[in-house]
Design a protein around this ligand. Structure first.
Ligand code: ADP
Ligand code: ASP
Ligand code: MG
Length: 362
């Protein structure tokens, strides 16, 4: 079997954890599988690099920002290759560019347009573990690009698709996808499986555990994903193609948003518009990296599940559960999204979870 395994920042936060990841990879290799490993930057590295840029200039250019923040993943890939070699496992690291991850030119939030992983294939053919730096690619103009915060997930999925891997496993500090962020909602429960449609709605509405672009790519290519824990044996969550019966599955909250005037459409550096209407824009602030005037912090809380926004009975139930908070909302196929003051998002997240997922339907 050919496995793609992605390890997030907390899984490689220090050398001790990096060694444990190397041992986990070595186990898969010892079982006879081909293994491609995608790694994120160690711990908080990407934030530290961004802060470093801000200490030099308040308005860093996006090309140079990409040069800087792509470095974090390169540190991890080289150290993990060394750790595997220490265990006697043949391994070789590759940057995004060397792995043939070709993107558009939207610096700091690039989209993958093509994948040509020739060097990764050659390494696998030699029996080596191929270690790829996540979160980065190269544009057709031969510039280094990055894929947006959380974008190492995308690297894993696009490689799994291009290499026709048998499994694409996203490993992190949680042992799967829960019915809400377990850090914010202690009563959240792990979900054994969900459809790619539902995972996409969750990711698009701020559930950090999976990056939306990665899920969108998996959806297009019909790839099954597994979200699992790096350092635990629990079975994780299977995210598969196909349809589910109409249901409420999970709650997602996103506090990294802002309202802005429509006029910003002319100056926005990236495709970060979540919604637009006569009242203005709803923007994702994660990949802006600029201090735009006229932004007001905003948040959304979404109820996610197959047809939750299209099935009248479910929609009524959700709106009833939101009560007085159901003033600004929109229904999509697989999500009902409430826009709310960021200070009240956590409360709404918990109360919707309690009303819709901790009690049986009325
Ligand atoms: P990594 O660095 O490994 O990519 P992330 O920090 O991006 O990991 O994603 C894992 C985090 O996602 C968890 O620590 C958890 O707090 C958060 N999270 C948000 N929503 C969910 C959810 N529905 N299920 C599980 N984790 C979630
Ligand atoms: N290191 C990048 C980030 O912090 C990419 C990733 O972790 O997926 O956003
Ligand atoms: Mg992540």
């Amino acid at each position: 079997m050919l496995l793609v395994q992605k390890y997030g920042g907390s899984s490689v936060a220090d050398v001790e954890r990096l060694r444990k990841v190397a041992a986990r990879v070595a186990r898969a290799r010892a079982e006879g599988h081909g293994v491609v490993v995608v790694v994120s930057a160690m711990g908080n590295t990407t934030n530290e690099l961004l802060a470093l840029a801000r200490s030099v200039t308040q308005a860093p250019g996006r090309r140079e920002l990409d040069m800087l923040i792509s470095v974090g993943e390169r540190v991890s890939m080289a150290l993990l290759a060394m750790a595997l070699q220490e265990l006697g496992v043949a391994a070789r690291s590759f940057t995004g560019s060397q792995s043939g991850i070709i993107t558009d030119t939207s610096h700091a939030n690039a989209r993958v347009v093509e994948v040509r992983p020739d060097r990764v294939r050659e390494a696998l053919a030699r029996g080596e573990v191929a270690i790829v730096a996540g979160f980065q690619g190269v544009s057709r103009e031969r510039e280094v690009t990055t894929l947006g915060r959380g974008g190492s997930d995308t690297t894993a999925v696009v490689l799994a698709a291009a290499l026709r891997a048998d499994e694409c496993e996203i490993c992190s500090d949680v042992d799967g996808v829960y019915s809400a962020d377990p850090r914010a909602v202690p009563a959240a429960v792990k979900l054994a499986s969900m459809t790619l449609d539902e995972a996409l709605a969750l990711a698009q509405n701020g559930a950090k555990v999976l990056y939306d672009e990665a899920v969108a790519w998996a959806h297009r290519e019909g790839i099954t994903l597994r979200a699992s824990a790096t350092f635990a044996e629990a079975p994780g969550t299977r995210i598969h193609p196909g349809a589910a019966p109409a249901r409420v599955l999970a709650i997602a909250a996103d506090t990294q948003l802002a309202h802005g005037p429509l006029s910003l459409l002319d100056t926005l550096p990236t495709p970060c518009v979540r919604a637009a209407g006569p009242d203005g824009l709803l923007l994702d602030r994660r990949n802006l990296h600029a201090d735009l005037v006229g932004l007001v912090p905003a948040a959304t809380v979404a109820v996610v599940g197959a047809r939750v926004g299209a099935d009248p009975t479910l929609l009524r139930r959700v709106l009833r559960a939101a009560g007085a908070d159901a003033t600004r909302w929109r229904a999509a196929q697989d999500a009902v999204v409430f826009t709310i003051d960021p200070a009240r998002a956590a409360g709404l997240e918990r109360s919707l979870h309690e009303a819709l997922l901790e009690t049986s339907p009325a």
